[in-house]
Design a protein around this ligand. Structure first.
Ligand SMILES: Cc1cc2nc3c(=O)[nH]c(=O)nc-3n(C[C@H](O)[C@H](O)[C@H](O)COP(=O)(O)O)c2cc1C
Length: 159
């Protein structure tokens, strides 16, 4: 049991302005899964690697563990509804979206500022989350003038 209060930790972490991503995969049965995540970071240039942290108790973590890859989508300002959809419980998170197949058949959602299609290189335990490190196999860069969706102090912000 840590001496650090959970709310205090969240408040302190929330002072760090992040972008917002949607991370997708397919599970062992070929079912699509995904979640909204702001724990994204680029890791390495050579080889190109990125990471995302996914909670051990989330409905999607088993799909990410079973899969050999994932796709990170960096959301644009006009994708706030996509962010909310992928953070909602008990719905088809892909409903109504333009989805194509990328590296290894992984689901790629259209309209992002950038996408990173990854093979899973490492999975590390990180407390109540798992840290998925992916090696980028394919990427796209979208509109470089479009504003990004950000997250700060528990609220969406824009750039
Ligand atoms: C802006 C934002 C960022 C989030 N970042 C993460 C994250 O980095 N990792 C994570 O596991 N969940 C994150 N979540 C929560 C998930 O999107 C999702 O709501 C949560 O995993 C509960 O989903 P479940 O019903 O699949 O368990 C974030 C939610 C929001 C709105």
């Amino acid at each position: 049991m840590s001496a650090i209060d959970h709310i205090e930790f969240r408040n302190a972490a929330g002072q760090f302005l992040t972008g917002v991503t949607v991370v997708t995969t397919v599970d062992a049965d070929g079912e699509r899964a995904g979640l909204t995540a702001n724990s994204f970071s680029s890791v390495s240039l050579d080889p190109p690697m990125v990471l995302v942290c996914i909670g051990n108790e989330t409905s999607t973590v088993e799909a990410f563990k079973a899969s050999n890859g994932f796709v990170v989508h960096v959301l644009a300002e006009n994708q706030r509804d996509v962010s909310m959809q992928f953070a909602s419980k008990g719905i088809d998170r892909f409903e109504g979206l333009d989805v194509s197949e990328g590296f290894n058949g992984l689901p790629v959602v259209a309209g992002a500022l950038a996408t990173f299609e990854c093979s899973t290189a490492r999975v590390y335990e990180g407390g109540d989350h798992l840290i998925f490190v992916g090696e980028v196999q394919n990427l796209t860069t979208g509109d470089t003038d479009a504003p990004a969706l950000g997250y700060f102090r528990g609220r969406y912000v824009t750039t």
